[in-house]
Ligand binder design. Structure first.
Ligand code: PEP
Ligand code: MN
Length: 337
Protein backbone atom coordinates (compact mmCIF):
# COMPACT_ATOMS: atom_id res chain seq x y z
CA UNK A 1 0.00 0.00 0.00
CA UNK A 2 1.18 3.53 -0.75
CA UNK A 3 0.09 6.42 1.45
CA UNK A 4 0.61 10.07 0.54
CA UNK A 5 0.80 12.53 3.42
CA UNK A 6 1.01 16.30 3.44
CA UNK A 7 4.55 17.75 3.59
CA UNK A 8 3.71 19.47 6.91
CA UNK A 9 2.88 16.19 8.71
CA UNK A 10 4.59 16.48 12.13
CA UNK A 11 7.77 14.38 12.08
CA UNK A 12 7.07 12.49 15.34
CA UNK A 13 3.60 11.43 14.25
CA UNK A 14 4.84 10.52 10.80
CA UNK A 15 7.61 8.34 12.26
CA UNK A 16 5.26 6.60 14.67
CA UNK A 17 2.72 5.99 11.92
CA UNK A 18 5.42 4.57 9.63
CA UNK A 19 6.63 2.27 12.42
CA UNK A 20 3.12 1.01 13.13
CA UNK A 21 2.81 0.09 9.46
CA UNK A 22 6.38 -1.21 8.99
CA UNK A 23 6.55 1.20 6.05
CA UNK A 24 9.39 2.64 3.99
CA UNK A 25 9.40 6.44 4.03
CA UNK A 26 10.21 8.50 0.94
CA UNK A 27 10.55 12.24 1.46
CA UNK A 28 9.49 14.24 -1.60
CA UNK A 29 9.31 18.03 -1.82
CA UNK A 30 5.54 17.99 -2.29
CA UNK A 31 4.61 15.10 0.03
CA UNK A 32 5.69 12.25 2.26
CA UNK A 33 5.22 8.79 0.77
CA UNK A 34 4.91 5.69 2.93
CA UNK A 35 5.09 2.28 1.24
CA UNK A 36 4.06 -0.91 3.03
CA UNK A 37 3.80 -4.49 1.81
CA UNK A 38 1.03 -4.90 -0.76
CA UNK A 39 -0.60 -7.38 1.63
CA UNK A 40 -2.01 -4.35 3.41
CA UNK A 41 -5.19 -3.32 1.65
CA UNK A 42 -6.58 -0.71 4.07
CA UNK A 43 -5.77 1.40 7.12
CA UNK A 44 -7.61 0.36 10.22
CA UNK A 45 -6.73 1.99 13.51
CA UNK A 46 -3.11 2.79 12.56
CA UNK A 47 -3.82 6.22 11.13
CA UNK A 48 -4.99 7.66 14.43
CA UNK A 49 -3.47 11.11 14.91
CA UNK A 50 -2.43 11.55 11.26
CA UNK A 51 -5.84 11.22 9.56
CA UNK A 52 -5.90 14.92 8.70
CA UNK A 53 -2.55 14.71 6.95
CA UNK A 54 -3.34 11.76 4.68
CA UNK A 55 -3.91 12.91 1.12
CA UNK A 56 -4.41 9.66 -0.76
CA UNK A 57 -3.98 5.90 -0.40
CA UNK A 58 -3.36 3.26 -3.09
CA UNK A 59 -3.79 -0.51 -2.69
CA UNK A 60 -2.20 -3.10 -4.98
CA UNK A 61 -2.50 -6.79 -5.76
CA UNK A 62 1.24 -7.49 -5.45
CA UNK A 63 4.52 -5.71 -4.66
CA UNK A 64 4.54 -3.88 -7.99
CA UNK A 65 3.57 -0.60 -6.36
CA UNK A 66 5.70 2.51 -7.06
CA UNK A 67 6.33 1.06 -10.53
CA UNK A 68 2.66 0.23 -11.15
CA UNK A 69 0.82 1.99 -13.91
CA UNK A 70 -2.25 2.15 -11.68
CA UNK A 71 -0.23 4.21 -9.15
CA UNK A 72 0.34 6.98 -11.71
CA UNK A 73 -3.20 6.75 -13.07
CA UNK A 74 -1.94 5.38 -16.38
CA UNK A 75 0.75 8.05 -16.79
CA UNK A 76 4.19 6.87 -17.86
CA UNK A 77 7.20 8.01 -15.87
CA UNK A 78 9.67 10.33 -17.60
CA UNK A 79 13.23 9.73 -16.47
CA UNK A 80 15.97 12.36 -16.72
CA UNK A 81 19.22 10.79 -17.89
CA UNK A 82 21.23 14.02 -17.88
CA UNK A 83 20.58 17.78 -17.88
CA UNK A 84 19.60 17.64 -21.52
CA UNK A 85 18.30 14.11 -22.11
CA UNK A 86 15.27 12.23 -20.83
CA UNK A 87 13.46 9.01 -21.72
CA UNK A 88 9.88 7.77 -21.49
CA UNK A 89 6.75 9.60 -20.40
CA UNK A 90 4.39 10.48 -23.20
CA UNK A 91 7.18 11.61 -25.54
CA UNK A 92 6.76 9.53 -28.69
CA UNK A 93 10.52 9.03 -28.89
CA UNK A 94 12.85 6.07 -28.98
CA UNK A 95 16.33 6.76 -27.65
CA UNK A 96 19.34 5.06 -29.20
CA UNK A 97 21.85 4.02 -26.55
CA UNK A 98 24.95 2.49 -28.09
CA UNK A 99 28.67 1.92 -27.90
CA UNK A 100 31.11 -0.95 -27.59
CA UNK A 101 30.52 -3.73 -25.06
CA UNK A 102 33.59 -2.58 -23.13
CA UNK A 103 36.01 0.33 -23.04
CA UNK A 104 39.21 -1.38 -24.21
CA UNK A 105 41.63 1.54 -24.56
CA UNK A 106 41.61 5.27 -25.25
CA UNK A 107 41.90 4.93 -29.03
CA UNK A 108 39.04 2.42 -29.31
CA UNK A 109 36.53 4.42 -27.26
CA UNK A 110 37.53 7.66 -28.98
CA UNK A 111 37.00 6.09 -32.39
CA UNK A 112 33.58 4.75 -31.41
CA UNK A 113 32.55 8.01 -29.72
CA UNK A 114 33.59 10.19 -32.67
CA UNK A 115 31.62 8.03 -35.11
CA UNK A 116 28.52 7.81 -32.92
CA UNK A 117 28.53 11.56 -32.20
CA UNK A 118 28.63 12.18 -35.93
CA UNK A 119 25.61 9.87 -36.30
CA UNK A 120 23.70 12.00 -33.76
CA UNK A 121 23.80 9.47 -30.92
CA UNK A 122 23.11 11.12 -27.56
CA UNK A 123 23.77 8.26 -25.12
CA UNK A 124 27.09 6.38 -25.15
CA UNK A 125 27.19 3.03 -23.41
CA UNK A 126 30.28 0.96 -22.69
CA UNK A 127 31.38 -1.20 -19.80
CA UNK A 128 34.29 -0.47 -17.48
CA UNK A 129 33.46 -3.09 -14.84
CA UNK A 130 32.47 -6.18 -16.82
CA UNK A 131 30.62 -9.02 -15.06
CA UNK A 132 32.11 -11.86 -17.12
CA UNK A 133 31.11 -15.49 -16.87
CA UNK A 134 34.79 -16.50 -16.57
CA UNK A 135 37.37 -14.96 -14.22
CA UNK A 136 39.99 -15.43 -16.97
CA UNK A 137 38.24 -13.20 -19.50
CA UNK A 138 38.83 -9.45 -19.83
CA UNK A 139 37.22 -7.85 -16.77
CA UNK A 140 37.17 -4.23 -17.99
CA UNK A 141 39.47 -1.27 -17.33
CA UNK A 142 37.73 -0.35 -14.06
CA UNK A 143 38.25 3.22 -12.88
CA UNK A 144 40.44 4.06 -15.90
CA UNK A 145 37.54 3.05 -18.13
CA UNK A 146 35.15 5.32 -16.22
CA UNK A 147 37.58 8.22 -16.67
CA UNK A 148 37.81 7.60 -20.41
CA UNK A 149 34.00 7.61 -20.62
CA UNK A 150 33.88 10.90 -18.71
CA UNK A 151 36.30 12.34 -21.28
CA UNK A 152 33.92 11.29 -24.06
CA UNK A 153 31.10 13.15 -22.29
CA UNK A 154 33.28 16.28 -22.11
CA UNK A 155 34.29 15.99 -25.75
CA UNK A 156 30.96 15.05 -27.37
CA UNK A 157 28.22 15.83 -24.84
CA UNK A 158 26.93 12.24 -24.49
CA UNK A 159 24.99 10.96 -21.53
CA UNK A 160 27.22 8.11 -20.31
CA UNK A 161 25.66 4.74 -19.49
CA UNK A 162 27.92 2.23 -17.80
CA UNK A 163 27.57 -0.85 -15.72
CA UNK A 164 28.11 -1.54 -12.05
CA UNK A 165 29.31 -5.10 -11.42
CA UNK A 166 28.92 -5.19 -7.64
CA UNK A 167 28.68 -3.00 -4.56
CA UNK A 168 32.48 -2.52 -4.21
CA UNK A 169 32.63 0.17 -6.92
CA UNK A 170 29.06 1.42 -7.07
CA UNK A 171 30.10 4.85 -5.73
CA UNK A 172 32.68 5.29 -8.48
CA UNK A 173 30.13 4.40 -11.18
CA UNK A 174 27.59 6.79 -9.68
CA UNK A 175 30.25 9.52 -9.64
CA UNK A 176 31.34 9.14 -13.26
CA UNK A 177 28.24 7.92 -15.11
CA UNK A 178 25.02 9.68 -15.98
CA UNK A 179 23.10 6.41 -16.01
CA UNK A 180 24.06 3.49 -13.81
CA UNK A 181 23.42 0.20 -15.58
CA UNK A 182 22.64 -2.75 -13.33
CA UNK A 183 23.27 -5.83 -15.45
CA UNK A 184 21.47 -9.10 -15.70
CA UNK A 185 23.70 -10.71 -13.06
CA UNK A 186 23.66 -7.78 -10.60
CA UNK A 187 19.87 -7.42 -10.72
CA UNK A 188 19.60 -9.28 -7.42
CA UNK A 189 22.52 -7.48 -5.71
CA UNK A 190 20.91 -5.81 -2.71
CA UNK A 191 23.99 -3.67 -2.03
CA UNK A 192 23.87 -2.26 -5.55
CA UNK A 193 20.10 -1.78 -5.60
CA UNK A 194 19.98 -0.07 -2.21
CA UNK A 195 22.93 2.23 -2.99
CA UNK A 196 21.32 3.18 -6.32
CA UNK A 197 18.14 4.00 -4.42
CA UNK A 198 20.08 6.81 -2.74
CA UNK A 199 21.80 8.03 -5.91
CA UNK A 200 20.80 11.12 -7.81
CA UNK A 201 21.52 9.41 -11.11
CA UNK A 202 19.21 7.45 -13.38
CA UNK A 203 19.40 3.66 -13.09
CA UNK A 204 18.87 1.22 -15.94
CA UNK A 205 18.01 -2.24 -14.61
CA UNK A 206 18.48 -5.13 -17.00
CA UNK A 207 16.15 -8.03 -16.38
CA UNK A 208 18.00 -11.07 -15.10
CA UNK A 209 18.10 -13.75 -17.78
CA UNK A 210 16.47 -16.15 -15.32
CA UNK A 211 14.15 -13.62 -13.69
CA UNK A 212 10.43 -13.27 -13.99
CA UNK A 213 8.96 -9.92 -14.93
CA UNK A 214 7.67 -9.56 -11.38
CA UNK A 215 11.18 -10.10 -9.95
CA UNK A 216 12.57 -7.51 -12.34
CA UNK A 217 9.93 -4.99 -11.33
CA UNK A 218 10.62 -5.71 -7.65
CA UNK A 219 14.32 -4.97 -8.25
CA UNK A 220 13.10 -1.60 -9.53
CA UNK A 221 10.97 -1.22 -6.39
CA UNK A 222 14.16 -1.42 -4.27
CA UNK A 223 15.59 1.59 -6.11
CA UNK A 224 12.31 3.51 -6.25
CA UNK A 225 11.54 2.95 -2.56
CA UNK A 226 15.05 4.17 -1.71
CA UNK A 227 13.89 7.54 -3.03
CA UNK A 228 15.33 7.44 -6.56
CA UNK A 229 12.47 7.97 -8.99
CA UNK A 230 14.65 7.64 -12.09
CA UNK A 231 14.47 3.99 -13.06
CA UNK A 232 14.42 2.46 -16.54
CA UNK A 233 13.91 -1.25 -17.26
CA UNK A 234 15.70 -3.20 -19.98
CA UNK A 235 14.68 -6.49 -21.58
CA UNK A 236 17.86 -8.22 -22.79
CA UNK A 237 16.74 -11.78 -23.39
CA UNK A 238 15.96 -14.65 -21.07
CA UNK A 239 17.29 -18.19 -20.95
CA UNK A 240 15.03 -20.77 -22.55
CA UNK A 241 15.55 -24.28 -23.93
CA UNK A 242 16.67 -22.71 -27.22
CA UNK A 243 20.42 -22.71 -27.78
CA UNK A 244 20.73 -21.57 -31.39
CA UNK A 245 20.58 -17.97 -30.18
CA UNK A 246 22.34 -16.68 -27.07
CA UNK A 247 19.09 -15.84 -25.23
CA UNK A 248 15.43 -15.41 -26.21
CA UNK A 249 14.24 -11.80 -26.51
CA UNK A 250 11.00 -11.65 -24.55
CA UNK A 251 8.89 -9.20 -26.51
CA UNK A 252 5.79 -10.55 -24.74
CA UNK A 253 7.46 -9.38 -21.55
CA UNK A 254 8.03 -5.96 -23.08
CA UNK A 255 4.31 -5.72 -23.88
CA UNK A 256 3.54 -6.68 -20.26
CA UNK A 257 5.94 -4.06 -18.86
CA UNK A 258 4.38 -1.38 -21.07
CA UNK A 259 0.88 -2.41 -19.98
CA UNK A 260 1.43 -2.81 -16.25
CA UNK A 261 4.31 -0.55 -15.21
CA UNK A 262 4.91 3.18 -15.43
CA UNK A 263 8.65 2.77 -16.17
CA UNK A 264 10.38 3.48 -19.49
CA UNK A 265 11.33 0.27 -21.28
CA UNK A 266 14.53 -0.29 -23.26
CA UNK A 267 15.20 -3.33 -25.43
CA UNK A 268 18.69 -4.80 -25.91
CA UNK A 269 18.65 -7.01 -29.00
CA UNK A 270 22.46 -7.37 -29.03
CA UNK A 271 22.77 -9.42 -25.83
CA UNK A 272 19.54 -11.31 -26.55
CA UNK A 273 20.57 -12.50 -30.00
CA UNK A 274 24.28 -12.88 -29.40
CA UNK A 275 24.95 -12.69 -33.15
CA UNK A 276 25.00 -9.49 -35.15
CA UNK A 277 22.94 -10.91 -38.05
CA UNK A 278 19.75 -10.84 -35.96
CA UNK A 279 20.22 -7.45 -34.34
CA UNK A 280 18.68 -5.21 -37.06
CA UNK A 281 15.46 -7.25 -37.35
CA UNK A 282 14.99 -7.42 -33.58
CA UNK A 283 15.66 -3.70 -33.33
CA UNK A 284 12.97 -2.95 -35.89
CA UNK A 285 10.53 -5.25 -34.07
CA UNK A 286 11.21 -3.44 -30.79
CA UNK A 287 10.77 -0.02 -32.41
CA UNK A 288 7.49 -1.20 -33.93
CA UNK A 289 6.34 -2.06 -30.39
CA UNK A 290 6.97 1.52 -29.34
CA UNK A 291 9.80 0.98 -26.87
CA UNK A 292 11.36 4.01 -25.22
CA UNK A 293 14.93 3.06 -25.97
CA UNK A 294 17.32 0.61 -27.56
CA UNK A 295 20.63 -0.67 -26.36
CA UNK A 296 22.82 -1.74 -29.27
CA UNK A 297 26.48 -2.75 -29.19
CA UNK A 298 28.66 -1.05 -31.79
CA UNK A 299 32.44 -1.46 -32.05
CA UNK A 300 35.03 -0.04 -34.49
CA UNK A 301 36.35 -3.57 -35.21
CA UNK A 302 33.87 -6.06 -33.73
CA UNK A 303 35.81 -9.17 -34.67
CA UNK A 304 38.70 -7.94 -32.55
CA UNK A 305 36.49 -6.95 -29.58
CA UNK A 306 37.66 -8.15 -26.17
CA UNK A 307 34.11 -9.15 -25.19
CA UNK A 308 30.89 -9.98 -27.07
CA UNK A 309 32.67 -9.98 -30.43
CA UNK A 310 29.99 -11.93 -32.30
CA UNK A 311 27.12 -9.58 -31.55
CA UNK A 312 28.60 -6.10 -31.97
CA UNK A 313 27.82 -4.13 -35.12
CA UNK A 314 30.54 -2.41 -37.09
CA UNK A 315 30.11 1.22 -38.13
CA UNK A 316 28.50 0.40 -41.47
CA UNK A 317 26.16 -2.06 -39.77
CA UNK A 318 25.15 0.53 -37.20
CA UNK A 319 24.58 3.23 -39.83
CA UNK A 320 22.40 0.86 -41.88
CA UNK A 321 20.39 -0.13 -38.81
CA UNK A 322 19.94 3.49 -37.77
CA UNK A 323 18.73 4.44 -41.26
CA UNK A 324 16.35 1.50 -41.50
CA UNK A 325 14.58 2.04 -38.19
CA UNK A 326 13.48 5.56 -39.14
CA UNK A 327 10.68 4.27 -41.38
CA UNK A 328 9.48 1.84 -38.71
CA UNK A 329 9.51 4.58 -36.07
CA UNK A 330 7.50 6.97 -38.23
CA UNK A 331 5.02 4.19 -39.10
CA UNK A 332 4.17 3.95 -35.39
CA UNK A 333 4.25 7.71 -34.81
CA UNK A 334 7.60 7.83 -33.04
CA UNK A 335 10.83 9.72 -33.55
CA UNK A 336 14.25 8.18 -33.14
CA UNK A 337 16.52 10.31 -30.98
C1 PEP B 1 26.27 -5.43 -21.17
O1 PEP B 1 25.32 -4.64 -21.29
O2 PEP B 1 27.38 -5.28 -21.71
C2 PEP B 1 26.01 -6.65 -20.40
C3 PEP B 1 26.99 -7.33 -19.84
O3 PEP B 1 24.70 -6.94 -20.38
P1 PEP B 1 23.89 -8.06 -19.57
O4 PEP B 1 24.01 -7.69 -18.14
O5 PEP B 1 22.52 -7.91 -20.12
O6 PEP B 1 24.52 -9.41 -19.91
MN1 MN C 1 28.21 -6.82 -23.97
Amino acid sequence: MIIHLRPDTPEDQLRAFGERLGAIHIRQPERHVLVTSSKRQALNGEAEGVEDYIQETFAFGDDRQLAAKTYTGGKMRRVALSDSLAIGGDAMETLMITGPCAVENAAQIEKAAAFLAERGVKALRAGAFKPRTSPYSFQGLGLDGLKLLAQMRERYGFAIVTEVRDATHVDAVIEYADVVQIGTKAMYDQGVLRRCGKANKAVLIKRGFGSTLQECVQAAEFVLSGGNANVVLCERGIRTFEDKTRFTLDLCGVAWLKEYTNLPVVVDPSHAMGYRYGVPDLTRAAVAMGVDGLLIETHPTPDQAWSDAAQQLDFDGFAALQDSVQAVASAVGRTMI
